[in-house]
Design a protein around this ligand. Structure first.
Ligand code: GLA
Length: 722
């Protein structure tokens, strides 16, 4: 037996033709089967170093209706030869042939990357699969590059990044995140059955409705922190699709990549198309363990400031206070008040530019409005700096109002079908960023803005989805490339801006959480999860959000009360504690605040600064979920070195007056001693001042919350050994 052991956890056994990739607590194994197809073998808990597998062999068909092509999972299947399951790649050739059968050709190992080359059995269509394992978390990044080396153009009708294959079994639960504007990230859990479940966006961007994330739990055995979970996240901010299917023999496969709906990418001879990366991982510590792995992975491998992102500063944003009515003096007054409570970054939102009085005009005209800021932004920025804060600004670069100088000059710059109506959303149209001139314009004005002003932060908004996604300036058979080229240019602009202005941080916002995914997170430091800032609603949104994304990017503002769709009146303390579970901001109208509010805010912001690293970058444990109408909810965050924990507890309504459930903390060092510190006024909980991790995790802690909309929080600090 010849066995090539390569570096970095990748190995290939040339006798059994089996590849194995190890990372974290995970092993991922696949091989070249008897037909030269790439066949998955194993994905799960890490195996013994010497464990091996025989060469994979195609499965038997099922009667004459399900051929081996369909019953045998592949790593990356072309649509051809009787495949009825979701293909990874589907191509139409100019002669009308649509058969694609991909066979193994060769492999390369470059550093951490295993690259496998596949080729159609006859045509010169090559596919390079890329596997990159994160040694710390065991999260594997998979993508494909499709190359046309034939002598004629072809059309790619469907291109996935990867197919993930789960151990054959029937008792799975699928977790996904669904939502809508102002109600994002609702966790759905459903039993899996035969058939396909589609998670997708056809909107041109990620969307509020589905997140490009899934988790599959082995049902009946799992709870929050125990049991097998396979999960994945697609790094793409355009139209996407993840198909989760359980076939007729109860084999589960998950295929994700570009959304094939309205897709049709013309590939000329010599050209290639790269897919997004589909990340996948496995945890034996339940869905909580899965999200902790993803959080760690995002912080250390995805975010622009990886592997050690700066914690988010405490921000003030005046949007909910002033809406479009921003003025130099009004903003300065708010800035003074914000500085007085410990805010570190002051952000001017919509309304500062062009003829922007409301949402009917101005988008596209990125000059400072002279009436509102007669001397430009400089006096305000200087004032903000003199108060010890840095300065941030809202932009919505990809949009244009028909009532703007830009649109009057360039009506052809928007997505449109020639001669057809242009459907507006919020009175705006989408600029076609795939066009080189639009890309140059957008980069140009942002670069100028950042060069001429001392700006530390951009809130990059995107307030509608596509309609009429036409691109009349290019040939009809090239128009559909817009689905890929638009997003590539968006990423390109963000990348170049960051290179040229390395100190500038960026937030991804799309009417709240409409563009949150691991693709945009490579270029943005934080996101705005929802326009819904009601602190009670936020508990559920934040709970769902953190299944896929780290609290380190989850901005949360304290706003007015009553607020949100249910107009609930909530105490300043409750509002702060809800927001302190992510990146803290204040968005209330400080001109309405009383001395008591300022005092409470000053105190809680000071407390927040003591725990923010733990909350943003530590390990999150969901002790009690707010979902499904739960009366209670509790989160605990533990710092990476386990020296600190922060606990937030909320009571919705104490129906029948039952006591708050006992809390059992997790993730502490059982032997170390921790000292209790109340963040809020002590609610009379029966807690010791100092106790071991073992005590905090096992004794059962009581916090005495009763009434409606109550909240409390405390932290534990490890006592230094004398
Ligand atoms: C979107 C954002 C808000 C605010 C407005 C401004 O809705 O999500 O936070 O910036 O746009 O128009």
């Amino acid at each position: 037996m010849i066995s090539i052991q390569a570096q970095n956890g990748i190995s290939f056994n040339s006798a059994s033709k089996v590849f194995r990739i190890d990372g974290g607590d995970v092993s991922y194994v696949f091989g070249i089967n008897n037909l030269d197809e790439l066949q998955p073998i194993y994905w799960g808990a890490r195996l013994g170093t010497r464990d091996g597998f025989p060469q994979p062999h195609t499965n038997r068909g099922h009667a004459s209706f399900d051929l081996p092509t369909g019953t045998t999972p592949q790593e990356f299947a072309g649509w051809g030869a009787g495949l009825y399951m979701e293909p990874a790649l589907k191509i139409t050739f100019p002669d009308g042939d649509r058969d694609l059968v991909l066979h193994y050709v060769s492999q390369r190992i470059e550093g951490d990357v295993l690259a496998i080359r596949l080729k159609d059995i006859e045509r010169d269509v090559f596919v390079d699969l890329r596997y990159e394992m994160d040694p710390a978390t065991g999260i594997l990044g998979r993508s494909a590059n499709i190359e046309n080396r034939t002598s004629a153009p072809l059309v790619i009708e469907q291109a996935a990044a990867a197919t993930w294959t789960l151990p054959r079994g029937t008792n799975y639960t699928l977790d996904s995140l669904t939502g809508r504007w102002s109600g994002e990230d609702q966790l759905q859990q459903e039993a899996m059955h035969q058939g396909a479940r589609i998670l997708e966006s056809r909107r041109g961007s990620t969307g509020h409705q589905n997140d490009p994330w899934f988790a599959i739990e082995r049902a009946h055995t799992n709870d929050q922190d125990a049991g097998d979970v396979w999960f994945g996240a697609l790094a793409w901010s355009g139209s996407w699709r993840i198909t989760v299917e359980q076939d007729m023999l109860n084999q589960v496969r998950v295929t994700g990549g570009y959304n094939p709906f309205d897709f049709g990418y013309k590939l000329n001879p010599g050209e290639s198309l790269a897919t997004p990366v589909f990340y996948g991982g496995y945890s034996s510590s339940g869905i909580g363990g899965a999200s902790r792995l993803l959080h760690r992975f995002e912080l250390t491998r995805i975010l622009p400031q990886r592997p050690d992102p700066r914690p988010r500063p405490v921000i003030y944003n005046s949007w909910e206070a002033t809406e479009f009515n921003v003025t130099e003096s009004g903003q300065e007054e708010l800035a003074e008040k914000a500085a007085s409570i410990g805010v570190e970054r002051f952000i001017v939102d919509d309304g500062w530019f062009g003829q922007r009085k409301d949402d009917h005009a101005g988008l596209g005209d990125w000059y400072v409005n002279q009436e509102k800021f007669p001397h430009g932004l400089k006096p305000l920025i200087d004032k903000v700096h003199s108060l010890g804060m840095d300065f941030g600004l809202w932009v919505e670069p990809e949009m244009v109002n028909p009532d703007s100088d830009l649109y009057r000059k360039h009506p052809d710059w928007v997505l449109n079908f020639a001669g057809r109506p242009r459907t507006e959303g919020r009175n705006q149209l989408v600029l076609n960023l795939a066009r080189p001139d639009v890309r140059a314009y957008v980069f140009g004005f942002l670069d100028k803005l950042l060069t001429e002003n001392d700006i530390a932060f951009l809130k990059w908004d995107y307030n509608r989805n596509w309609s009429e996604p036409g691109w009349p300036a290019v040939a009809p058979d090239e128009q559909k490339q817009v689905y890929v080229k638009y997003v590539d240019n968006l990423y390109g602009i963000l990348r170049e801006l960051r290179e040229k202005h390395p100190k500038v941080e960026i937030e991804s916002c799309s009417g709240g959480g409409g563009r949150v995914d691991l693709g945009i997170l490579r270029y943005t430091d934080e996101v705005w999860p929802s326009d819904n800032t009601n602190p009670f609603d936020r508990l559920t949104i934040q709970d769902g959000f953190t299944y896929a994304y780290t609290p380190g990017v989850m901005m949360a503002w304290v706003t007015e009360s009553p607020s949100g769709p249910n107009h609930a009146s909530l105490s300043t303390e409750y509002r702060f504690l809800s927001s302190m579970q992510g990146g803290l901001g204040v968005g209330a109208n400080l001109n309405h605040w009383q001395p008591d509010d300022f005092a409470a805010a000053r105190h809680l912001i000071e407390e927040y600064k003591q725990i923010r690293e733990t909350v943003q970058q530590g390990s999150l444990y969901r002790l009690i979920s707010p979902r499904n109408g739960s009366e209670h909810s509790v989160t605990e965050s533990v710092s990476v070195d386990r020296s600190q924990a922060a606990v937030f507890a909320f009571l919705h309504t104490s129906q029948f007056g039952y006591p708050f459930p006992l809390l059992y903390l997790r993730g502490l060092d059982p032997k170390a001693e921790y000292r209790l510190h109340w963040i809020t006024a002590k609610p009379g909980g029966n807690l010791p001042e100092v106790a071991t991790g073992a005590y905090w995790m096992n004794a059962g802690l009581s916090v005495n919350l009763d009434g409606d909309y109550q909240a409390t929080a405390f932290r534990l600090d490890r006592v230094q050994a004398p």
